[in-house]
Design a protein around this ligand. Structure first.
Ligand code: ATP
Ligand code: MG
Length: 178
């Protein structure tokens, strides 16, 4: 199974200029005082994984630019690149750039459509539309308190196992009949 190797960030939220976060290991722990930017790491990760603005704790895309939260954006662009390493140690760089009110998507330096970007992310098991790939601050409790059926639905959506439900039921029935 592949893993996230590094985040290359430029003018995104609390990072001014070019900053590198990583290299990461397969398991990582981020610690820091309140307001030091721990959740911003999650936001950077969600952003580069194609998350919609409404889930990134801001109203507009450009609010994600460093300094924009106090009305003083340092630039009109910001970017986050995610270096993903496959189990064969092959690196793929997924990059999302804020340009005005929209986003540009790049894979290994080549600009691609959002659809292509999402398709390539899906190939490495990242499902943008599932949203719940990342469990954010406060979400642990709400997930634990969900109605069991709702929680199952959520996990089925993340794992995409729902797509195999019909086939599974068919095989199960056949086995029971045998
Ligand atoms: P907590 O422990 O309270 O959850 P945290 O470490 O998760 O804190 P974050 O929410 O990641 O903290 O970071 C908050 C900080 O990010 C604030 O200090 C805020 O000033 C800074 N910040 C948010 N948006 C921007 C921005 N656009 N430009 C610069 N700094 C920003
Ligand atoms: Mg936080």
């Amino acid at each position: 199974m592949g893993y996230l190797k590094q985040l290359d960030i430029e003018n995104f939220k609390s990072w001014r200029g070019k900053q590198i976060i990583g290299p990461f290991l397969r398991f990582n722990c981020i610690i820091g005082t309140n307001g030091s930017g721990k959740s911003n790491v999650m936001d950077a990760l969600s952003f580069v994984m194609g998350e919609r603005v409404s889930s990134l704790r801001v109203k507009h895309l450009k609010d994600l630019i460093h300094g924009a939260h106090v009305g003083k954006p340092v630039s009109n662009t910001a970017r986050v690149a995610m270096r993903y390493c496959s189990d064969k140690e092959e690196e793929t760089v997924f990059c999302r750039i804020i340009t005005g009110d929209s986003s540009e998507y790049h894979i290994n330096g080549l600009r691609v459509t959002f659809a292509k970007y999402v398709e390539e992310l899906e190939k490495i098991g990242i499902l943008t539309k599932a949203q719940n790939c990342l469990v954010f601050q406060g979400a642990v409790e709400s997930i634990a308190l969900k109605d069991p059926k709702e929680r199952t639905k959520m996990l089925e959506s993340i794992s995409q196992s729902k797509e195999y439900a019909a086939e599974y039921n068919k095989k199960k029935e056949a086995l029971l009949k045998a």
